[in-house]
Design a protein around this ligand. Structure first.
Ligand code: KG4
Ligand code: ZN
Length: 354
């Protein structure tokens, strides 16, 4: 049995986990900072780094205790090296380096997006995984369609040319006066709304595999903004619930917005899977928690669709340990002076793996 300790601090969750053989989760501890950042309506980088510093030690201790594993029993430490906030990444990477140095443990650097992909390896399944897979990775910072031919063998098929899908959810939630993070809030409110009430734009639908969500966000803004007179226009960031048009039905806007996002994500992913001979479609990243997205993908696909259980959709360290395991068994070892890579792409250029 190979035991990997995973550490994740790329954004606003301090997380540690122990995973056996890349697929069996022995513990998964996540200290969320959502309450700290909600007052800012988004992640405040300086606050995030400081909170990571405070949480990292107890979170790692808890992960080892929950797994009933001692440091001596570990085979390696895997840590998120990027992409993410530089200051936040540094906390996890420095902690992992210290542990590796102090205990003589091998160190593995993991790409955060690859981590999201490997949340699928921690997901229960009746049918074994069959490559090639087409994976839709949708988080707060990224939206990509990737073809996975085998472990570590990625080809980028498409990506967003402006906002990420999760970012669109967060921004539209703000426009509607809904709390951060916006994705779960919009999904909840949308349940009471009519997804056909507004015909919001589906940018680039049917064309290639790239996404664009900024036009959709602007269309939502126009739908909810009161007509203004004179020069002073309310700033988008300052829109609050009581500045919305009086006759606007928030639930209808939320449902119509969500339908537009889901429609484009599903159409492109299903077409990519068909055109690139995929045996399976995966959905990963924070937005993969979205119920209507999961349902629509499953309904539209002609191959197996998999997505992680809810607790593995959001940022966690079990997925980092799982991804780290598969790098570790390929013989990969990071140097003890490994740096952080805040802009590290999962796929460097078409066909090549970072
Ligand atoms: O992967 P993640 O936890 O962090 C990043 O790596 O960015 O993704 C967070 C994003 C946020 O934008 C959040 O609004 C979105 O995932 N999200 C959702 C849902 N739950 C979280 N978006 C839509 N529907 C949801 N249920
Ligand atoms: Zn993430």
């Amino acid at each position: 049995m190979t035991l990997i300790l995973g550490i994740e601090t790329s954004c606003d969750e301090t997380a540690a986990a122990v995973v056996a053989d890349g697929v069996r989760m022995l513990s998964n501890v996540v200290a969320s900072q959502i309450d700290l950042h909600a007052q800012y309506g988004g992640v405040f980088p300086e606050v995030a780094s400081r909170a990571h510093v405070e949480a990292i030690y107890p979170v790692v201790e808890q992960a080892l205790a929950d797994a009933n594993v001692t440091l001596d029993e570990l085979d390696a430490v895997a840590v998120t090296r990027g992409p993410g906030l530089a200051g936040s990444l540094l906390v996890g990477v420095n902690f992992a380096k210290g542990l590796a140095l102090g205990r003589g443990l091998p160190l593995v650097g993991v790409n955060h997006l690859e981590g999201h992909v490997y949340s699928l390896w921690l997901t229960e399944r009746e049918v074994p995984i069959r490559f090639p897979v087409v994976c839709l990775i949708v988080s707060g910072g990224h939206s990509e369609i990737v073809r996975i031919a085998d472990h570590g063998d990625y080809t980028l098929l498409g990506r967003t040319i402006d906002d990420a899908a999760g970012e669109a959810f967060d921004k539209v939630a703000r426009l509607l006066g809904l709390p951060y993070p916006g994705g779960p809030a919009i999904q909840r409110v949308a349940e009471q709304g009519d997804p056909t009430a507004y015909n919001f734009p589906r940018a680039l639908r049917g064309e290639g595999y790239n996404f664009s969500f900024s036009g959709l966000k602007t269309a939502v803004l126009r739908a909810v903004q009161p007509p203004h007179h004179g020069k002073r226009q309310p700033k988008r960031e300052r829109m609050s619930a009581d500045q919305l048009r009086a006759d606007v039905n928030i639930a209808d806007v939320a449902a119509s917005f969500q339908a537009a996002v889901v429609d484009v994500l599903v159409e492109k992913t299903v077409r990519a899977a068909r055109e690139h001979g995929a045996n399976e479609i995966w959905i990963a990243g924070g937005v993969s928690a979205n119920g209507p997205l999961r349902a629509a993908m499953t309904a539209a696909a002609d191959v197996t669709v998999r997505y992680p259980p809810l607790k593995l959709c959001a940022d966690n360290a079990a997925m980092i340990a799982a991804a780290g395991y598969f790098r570790f068994v390929r013989g990969e070892r990071a140097a003890l002076d490994m740096d952080v890579r805040p802009n590290w792409p999962l796929v460097a250029r078409a066909g090549a793996t970072a």
